[in-house]
Design a protein around this ligand. Structure first.
Ligand code: SAH
Length: 230
């Protein structure tokens, strides 16, 4: 069975959004993956379908109710559903290409998009939600984070990228940033292409690319090099 994403959100109109165009869009049309949205408000409380309330202990903003989020989750993914249950959260484990690869190898994901100040802690514990962050900054909601995560996953699914090889050499896949790219014209605004790339010597090209990848990683992201901890 192919990858199935269920997204719990107050703004289902944000999906498929960017996942509806280009390679992802065509893959979605072909059914290489499926994307379903669940409107959390449908599980809201009372005549006004309330989904949030004031924070216990006081303070600004609103908190999404655990009973409402749990009802939406239990509808989207009953207990027998073994897909990972994810909460987009700035407090989560930072998303890595490794986790993206694991998710792409699985059956899908159920993703809760927070809004307001976040969600009641008890539903995170009670439904075993895996908190994932897309970086050290605050978004206004989890939707853009979910789109980032799914974009990264979907391009790894079988059949999605035309040229499967181009997935391998990319930044992070080998633990290094990717080497620079060039294409025609041979000269542009006085800048030329490194001669080794047009030499026809495949061994020399491979060595140059590896050396450049190492140089860039050392300069920009020494934390990625072996022996360096984050
Ligand atoms: N008060 C919270 C921020 C809430 S932002 C705090 O200070 O930690 C509202 C929602 O946006 C969050 O519940 C989460 O779902 C989403 N969000 C915000 N920043 C994010 C990030 N860096 N990664 C993933 N999701 C994020």
């Amino acid at each position: 069975m192919s990858f199935r994403a269920s997204i719990l959100t107050l703004y289902p109109e944000m999906f498929p959004g960017p996942l509806g165009v280009s390679l992802a869009g065509r893959a979605l049309e072909r059914g290489d993956f499926a994307l379903e949205t669940v409107q959390i408000r449908d599980f809201g409380v009372g005549r006004h379908r309330m989904v949030d309330d004031t924070p216990s202990g006081g303070g600004a903003g609103m908190v999404m109710r655990s009973d409402v989020v749990a009802a939406a989750l239990d509808h989207a993914a009953p207990e027998a559903d073994t897909r990972p249950r994810i909460l987009m959260s700035p407090r989560g484990r930072p998303l890595t290409q490794e986790r993206v690869r694991e998710l792409a190898a699985g059956e899908g994901a159920v993703i809760v998009c927070g809004r307001f100040e976040g969600v009641d802690e008890r539903v995170i514990a009670g439904r075993g939600l895996e908190e994932i962050s897309i970086g050290d900054y605050i978004l206004s909601g989890g939707e853009v984070g979910a789109l980032v995560l799914l974009d990264a996953v979907v391009r790894l699914l079988p059949g999605v990228m035309g040229n499967a090889v181009s997935g391998d050499a990319e930044s992070f896949e080998g633990g290094l940033l990717e080497h620079p790219h060039y294409t025609r014209p041979a000269e542009w605004e006085g800048r030329t292409i490194p001669p080794v790339l047009t030499s026809g010597d495949h061994g020399a090209v491979a060595r140059w690319r590896h050396d450049e990848a190492e140089r860039l990683t050392r300069e920009r992201r020494p934390d990625l090099l072996p022996g360096k901890s984050r």
